[in-house]
Design a protein around this ligand. Structure first.
Ligand SMILES: [Zn+2]
Length: 258
């Protein structure tokens, strides 16, 4: 049994065959999926999907790319939507200085506000940290994000960066990048993280693992990621599957039989 801790099934690339993909996921032993949102329209869609598919859980938040859209009314909308029992996290939120699609100051304000909201709603955070590690760490400390905790998703950083994330009390999630031929840092991090702080994810439809790179990703490929991590850590696949599933249930307070 596996849990995909991060996938975007509201993405328009699933519009043509979403139902079929959802059936396929279950047949691959994936027991639950956490689907973060990226903006207000995405939040509505994810929430609706979480009501249609038992195994799909929602995270609500405004992605750093979309931070220009953020206002206090976004927070009110999240408060309202979070009453659904299927909302398990605030995300994905954070900073992205690689693409800089929103001004950095706006991204920082949006991120800090979401941390406050996570504290208020007692929900863990799903954090996106791309080329902005120092500011992300500074903000989670200054906003006391350790009270809610959460996960740094699709972690791209070094062992030193991973150490800061773990010291701050957060989990680290790894995805398809561990299977890439040029993967050095993700492999080092996969080896380094204490197993009780590790989650797995696909980040579908992105980050498709080898040997399917270039295709649309979905949670059916999650076993390939778990197998690779087991190989890197010299562990049994079943053990990695079991512990990462338990970690995901603990973080998001999921009551599956895990
Ligand atoms: Zn994502």
């Amino acid at each position: 049994m596996l849990i995909d801790s991060h996938a975007h099934y509201d993405d328009e690339r699933f519009d043509i065959d979403r139902d079929e993909v959802m059936k396929k996921i279950i047949s691959h032993g994936v027991a639950a999926v956490v689907n973060p949102s990226t903006n207000l329209a995405s939040m509505r869609k994810v929430l609706e999907m979480s009501e249609s598919y038992d195994f799909l859980y929602a995270a609500l938040g405004i992605h750093p790319h979309e931070a220009v859209e953020f206002s206090n009314s976004s927070l009110d909308a999240i408060r309202e939507m979070s009453r659904s029992g299927k909302v398990v996290a605030i995300g994905e939120v954070g900073l992205d200085y690689h693409y800089d699609f929103s001004p950095r100051e706006t991204q920082r304000e949006c991120f800090a506000a979401h941390i406050g909201l996570a504290g208020e709603l007692k929900l863990p955070l799903i954090i996106h940290d791309r080329d902005a590690h120092k500011d992300v760490i500074d903000i989670i400390k200054s906003e006391n994000a350790n009270f809610t905790g959460g996960v740094f998703h699709c972690f791209p950083g070094s062992i030193e960066m991973a150490r800061e994330v773990l010291d701050a009390g957060f989990y680290i999630s790894l995805g398809g990048t561990v299977t890439f031929k040029n993967a050095r840092k993700p492999v080092e991090v996969a080896k380094y993280i204490p197993i009780d702080r590790l989650l797995v994810e696909t980040d579908s439809p992105y980050m498709t693992p080898v040997p399917h790179r270039g295709k649309r990703n979905d949670s059916g490929y999650l076993p390939l990621i778990v197998q690779k991590i087991a190989e890197i850590r010299n562990m049994e696949v079943e053990q990695v599957a079991q512990v990462t599933t338990e970690n995901t249930c603990r973080l998001f307070n999921l009551h599956l039989s895990c």
